[in-house]
Design a protein around this ligand. Structure first.
Ligand code: GLC
Length: 641
């Protein structure tokens, strides 16, 4: 191990003795993780060259860190399970669609407070390229804010205000690629070798063709293939996503050093969680699908350990939308256990929620969720029903076969159902990125539109409309009752329908994900407390779920959720063995009354259970069974003793 020189770089502000000692203790604690991670991705000579650079950057970032953020670092160190608390409730939104600009967000604090939000993910807001920027995921400058939203001072003001309100700000860190207009890409095109080496550049088709043999396509429709010809460089550049998003070469330690600095700058602006965008794609290896290579986890380990040294209040969230069996690696398995992201999206749960609602059957979901290994106790899931992206049907052939279904057939059914093509479907989704080669059809649409909630906010809340709203509540009851950080996608709390004008904005016409990224409608906001209105029913239902959850220690995420074998194929049963007593979640995914046998209650010490959602003793029928109304949910716990 190279000797550690934790002394101040010449240009960093000086540290007093106590701060210096704290910094050195953190280095002692985390530096081995940094070196181990670096050793997995770089040759020894490269490690020797980059490690001192990283340490100097950490020291500088620590010295420059606002005293208030340093206090937050201490607070988080005293409560390392802060993200696992049932009080965590996330909300994700585009700044301009939710509140106009960063200052406008401050005016929405009351609204977020009504819902119980403690974690706010603002969609990409660092300066993107002009024109189509993939919703900001093509970043042209990581050091400034999109001018129409504000500037870095507004961002710092906002994080301070949010902290006062107990809300953590989450921002994206787009690591896999930069905009073709980013300075690094511009300098690469201008012929600077240093920057050409930041990207995957190939003079002819030999290597691109070799890689393509095993690479899937992310946007087969509007950005087919994974390489783009660049005239100025006379070469092919790796572009997994759109042609204007250039993949970075993380095999180059300079790229890592640049991003460590960016991480520190965002943390010092008060950002508390970084969402590692498209993290699965960061490492390329010939003959593979170039997703989720082990080096991805080594890089995450380095970034996280560096943050723990300079700004430990910062947490990391992996965005890896991968096959069910591969998900867990992003929370840490093998030697990476406890060393990578603090959070990762539970894509499988999301997919299974939609699958259960379409089939009115929980057997596939039960099998698929039972097959997932438990998350490490120090990390946790982001649970969600919808997000800004499409839904890809991540149902494996093996899981489908285990319940006697065909994976291909089931995925095709889900696409048919949610695009409203299947007879009897109430859904109003859109097909996204149909891939004729694989038969894949992903789905866009807001939760309300996928569930058949009337688009009209004035529609009476009765009959089918009321049932559809019960479905919306049920989906969120599963998400909030799982354990982890549930994140509500902006608009879903008001049952917002698909934006009928999604294609009218320049640059959006080919990308129907904009259908489910609606602007928050003031008319709906104003009716949020009126339970007899569509938006009010949705909002009050979600806020009530959040309130119950926040007061229910059984939902602390260090305790895993197990899915139990169903007795009725229409009722999903989850179980959490908390030291305070068992928690059983019952979710009726059908539009009919369904039950759970009474003797199961005794099995779990819940004979005299309370349904935490109603605060009343569990509802039993004459047969003693627990009866659930159409799309009903129950969170059963033993009464407090
Ligand atoms: C992530 C984002 C998605 C974006 C992609 C490329 O998957 O969620 O919206 O298109 O990364 O950055």
């Amino acid at each position: 191990m190279p000797a550690i020189d934790a002394s101040s770089p010449a240009d960093a502000p000086p540290l007093d003795a106590a701060s210096s000692e704290l910094f050195e203790l953190r280095v002692e604690r985390w530096w081995p993780d940094v070196l181990a991670g670096l050793g997995e991705i770089y040759a020894p000579a490269q490690v020797a060259q980059v490690a001192p650079r990283l340490l100097a950057a950490a020291r500088r970032a620590f010295a420059e860190r606002d005293p208030e953020l340093r206090r937050l670092d201490l607070r988080r160190s005293l409560r390392p399970d802060w993200l696992q608390s049932p009080r965590m409730l996330g909300y994700a939104a585009y700044t301009e669609r939710f509140a106009g600009d960063l200052r406008g967000i401050q005016d929405r604090l009351g609204y977020l407070g009504d819902l119980g939000v403690t974690y706010l993910h603002l969609m990409p807001l660092l300066t993107p390229r002009e024109g189509d920027s993939d919703g900001g995921y093509a970043v042209a400058d990581y050091r400034s804010v999109r001018p129409d939203l504000g500037d870095m001072d507004d961002l710092r003001d906002l994080t301070a205000r949010l902290r006062e309100h107990g809300v953590s700000l989450v921002l994206d860190l787009v690591l896999n690629h930069v905009a073709a207009e980013h300075e690094w890409a511009r300098r690469a095109r201008a012929g600077e070798d240093r920057y050409r080496a930041y990207f995957h550049v190939h003079p002819d088709r030999t290597m691109p063709d070799a890689y393509e043999a095993t690479l899937p396509e992310v946007f087969p429709d509007f950005a087919p293939g994974n390489f783009t010809w660049d005239d100025e460089m006379s070469a092919w550049v790796w572009t997994t996503f759109n042609a204007f998003q250039w993949d970075l070469d993380w095999g180059n330690p300079d790229v890592l050093a640049e991003f460590v600095d960016i991480v520190f700058a965002l943390a010092n602006a008060g950002v508390e969680v970084l969402r590692l965008d498209a993290i699965a794609f960061m490492w390329k290896e010939l003959g593979t699908n170039c997703q989720g290579r082990p080096q991805v986890h080594a890089i995450t380990q380095v970034l996280r350990a560096m943050a723990r040294i300079a700004c430990p209040a910062l947490a990391f969230k992996a965005e890896a939308i991968v096959a069910p069996s591969e998900l867990i690696a992003y929370l840490g398995t093998t030697k990476y256990t406890g060393k990578v992201s603090d959070l990762a999206y539970h894509n499988s749960l999301m997919v299974q929620i939609w699958s259960m609602l379409a089939c009115k059957d929980v057997r596939l979901a039960t099998h698929a969720l039972q097959a997932l290994p438990p998350a490490p106790s120090t990390a946790t899931w982001i649970t969600y029903a919808r997000c800004h992206d499409d839904i890809g049907w991540a149902v494996s052939d093996e899981d489908a076969a285990a319940v006697g279904a065909s994976g291909f057939g089931h995925r095709a059914f889900l696409s048919d159902w949610y695009s409203g093509q299947f007879p009897g479907s109430w859904a109003d989704g859109l097909v996204f990125q149909e891939n004729p080669a694989t038969g894949d059809r992903r789905i866009s649409g807001t939760a309300a539109s996928l569930l058949g909630v009337p688009a009209d906010a004035d529609a009476p809340v009765e009959g089918e409309a009321e049932l559809a709203l019960a479905g919306l509540r049920l989906a969120h009851a599963m998400v909030l009752g799982w354990g982890g950080v549930p994140v509500i996608w902006s608009g879903d709390e008001l049952a917002a329908p698909n934006d009928p004008d999604w294609a009218s904005e320049p640059g959006h016409e080919a990308d129907n994900r904009w259908a489910h990224r609606p602007r928050l409608e003031e008319g709906r906001v104003a009716r949020r407390h009126d339970r007899d209105s569509v938006p009010g029913r949705a909002f009050t239902d979600l806020a009530a779920l959040a309130r119950v959850r926040a007061a229910l220690p059984h939902l602390h995420a260090s305790v895993p959720t197990r899915v139990l074998d169903p007795d009725d194929p229409g009722v999903l049963v989850t179980h959490r063995a908390h030291p305070l007593g068992d928690f059983v979640g019952l979710y009726n995914v059908t539009p009919e009354w369904r039950s759970w046998p009474s003797w199961r209650l005794e099995d779990h010490g819940l004979a005299d259970a309370t349904d935490a959602l109603t605060g009343a003793p569990v509802r039993r029928g004459d047969d003693g069974h627990v009866w659930l109304p159409p799309y009903g949910a129950a969170w059963l716990v033993a009464p407090e003793r």
